[in-house]
Design a binder for this molecule. Sequence first.
Ligand SMILES: Cc1ncc(C[n+]2csc(CCOP(=O)(O)OP(=O)(O)O)c2C)c(N)n1
Length: 531
Amino acid sequence: MSTTAAAVAQVLAEAGIGRVFGLPGGEVLVLIDELRKVGVDFVLMRHEANAGIAAAVYGKLKRQPGVVIATLGPGAANLMLPIASAYLDQEPLLAITAQLPDELPASHTHQLLPLHDCYRPVCRMVDKITQSDAHDIVGRALAACMTRPYGASYLTLSAREAVKPLAPPGSKGPAGDTTATFASPATRAADLRSRFASAERPLVLVGLGMDSQNAAALRRWITDWNLPVAVTPKVKGIVDETAPNFLGVISGMAADGLMVDALKSADLLIGFGLDPVEIDKTWHAELDIQWALEAPNATGLSPANSPLVNHRMLLDALVESPAPRSWATPFASFQQQRADLLKGTSGAPDTMWPGDLIRALADAVPAETIVTTDVGSHKYLFGQFWPSRHPDTFWMSNGLSGMAYGLSAAIGAKLAHPDRTVLAAVGDGGFSMNAQELETAERIGAPFITVVLEDQSYSLIKLAQENRKLEPYRMDFGPIDNVKMAEACGVKGIRTLNADELASAVRDAVKRKTSLVAAIPIHYADYRKLF
Ligand SMILES: Cc1ncc(C[n+]2csc(CCOP(=O)(O)OP(=O)(O)O)c2C)c(N)n1
């Protein structure tokens, strides 16, 4: 006799989901067991938020929904961070948690939270799985999170419902609505071409809404036309950031003042998949941007009078004929100033200059390395200056900008691409939120390199406090020995101030395919020179 939980497991297995992430409670044990029976692996983690983030990154890299499972009440509540992150950062995530059975008396409120109400505003679909609709509900939830813009679906399954025999399936009809209007790619291409013909300083902006599957077509167009291009952090690597026509990373990273000046000096801005969810300033509303979006933005909104357009077809139409004119190097001075920023030296003894750190790491790892960052000053550093060369090789929380992303994202990325080197760059604040997941990574055979930028402070917020001329107050914390922390989790740890020593330890870990934690003392005020 098939049960509701067995049906859920079957739908997930048939959808090609080979692995789910989570942290259990008694109420989801039956579901986890049914998943085991159909060969879906359960990746046991140490916090639901970490599991959800790992699942979403794993899913996006695999081009399928990531799936996270948690218990009711506290476990479900811990999922707000990854669900919010999936919502704002367009990552496909199906979260399934337990909930109290409907049959219980209304006075039974232990661990009872209004979970559907909590998650409805940030999910594509929220529903309850029952014995009569398990196939349909799970199928629609999977489809909903893969509908562009990608996002989260949230389902509850009570422990009592999980073991009920499956009833005949019902259907509630299709999930998504497809009311968006589409522009003809040929007409849009002709319009853009005429704008390029009269532009002296055009700049192509690429953002979160551009699918990495279009990277080759995008690269062909900007190379053929020799166009200057800038990207947001979430699509780093969609173009080669070491190429001469690359301006830099826009949207609140290091050197942002310089990037905004460059944007303001352009006379034509084309926003391919540019989603304001990534932008912490308001230039997206003030500058005249030609939007080229193929799906609504993360929160479902699109700019007025901008019908959607298929990116691939638009790029093909643009590249069909040569550039309508030539542009020399209109942003050369901005490019030079950006490069010069990295050439500083540290302002304090016994710390490494952040530029030296970037150079040492970039020399030591293969170009296809997947880099993840946490949130803080180090994210601004890596977001702007890490030289991404390949699509889908850079992961950060930017729409939500939630700390504790980097390490969990590295686990998801390594499981999705076991053959690749994965490098997580995290602050010492963020690392102390989830360093214990290093043990998870060791246990499940997902080794990666972690670089902890140690400045004993929430430096991004400390700098903000200074900027606002507030009293220095409560932004510093004491040191944790992150080398010992790594060793406590079974991972080799080193601390060094020497860039060559760092590079050699990293090369060794790459060669041996082992985990490594490299703790690097940084002077928090050095970041100021880069911002
Ligand atoms: C979950 C969460 N809590 C708080 C913040 C606010 N916040 C942003 S950056 C930051 C400091 C991060 O410190 P650390 O991890 O040490 O990185 P650093 O800034 O020093 O590079 C804080 C507290 C946040 N973005 N996310």
